[in-house]
Design a protein around this ligand. Structure first.
Ligand SMILES: [Fe+2]
Length: 135
């Protein structure tokens, strides 16, 4: 699968969140590439790194939601939890040899693009509104 090239079109206008997303895309590309060349050690290390970054990133977003009393916080957090549940299940399948890490990376990329374009963009709008007019 071709690497996902980061572009300004994927930015939502919040530097901290955009930086996290860019780092996640970079890791996902590296994970896909390691999996495709059957480098088990690199694949495992990248999965660990990706999990830690994603966890930190979701925590950062969720803290921002708390800061602004974001009205769609529960729904947004549910999407984060759902991704972890889904990826956990896929990693079990990977350990059973059913799916590859490259396929998991592809799934996360599709999830990320969809999530960024909808929920994160909506959050960025609320954050910008808050910055210009905090309660
Ligand atoms: Fe999010």
């Amino acid at each position: 699968m071709a690497p996902l090239v980061w572009s300004a079109a994927l930015e939502i206008g919040h530097t901290e969140i955009d930086n996290d997303h860019r780092a996640m895309v970079g890791l996902l590309n590296r994970l896909q590439e390691a999996s495709e060349r059957s480098d088990r050690l690199a694949t495992q290390a990248l999965l660990v790194e990706l999990e830690s970054l994603t966890r930190d990133h979701f925590a950062r977003e969720e803290q921002l939601m708390l800061d602004i009393h974001y009205e769609f916080s529960a729904r947004h957090q549910k999407e984060h939890v759902h991704l972890f549940d889904e990826v956990r299940a896929q990693i079990e399948e990977m350990n059973e040899g059913i799916v590859s890490a490259a396929a998991i990376a592809g799934f996360i990329k599709r999830w990320l693009i969809d999530h960024v374009e909808t929920s994160d963009r909506q959050l960025a709008t609320a954050l910008a509104r808050w910055r210009s007019n905090p309660l």
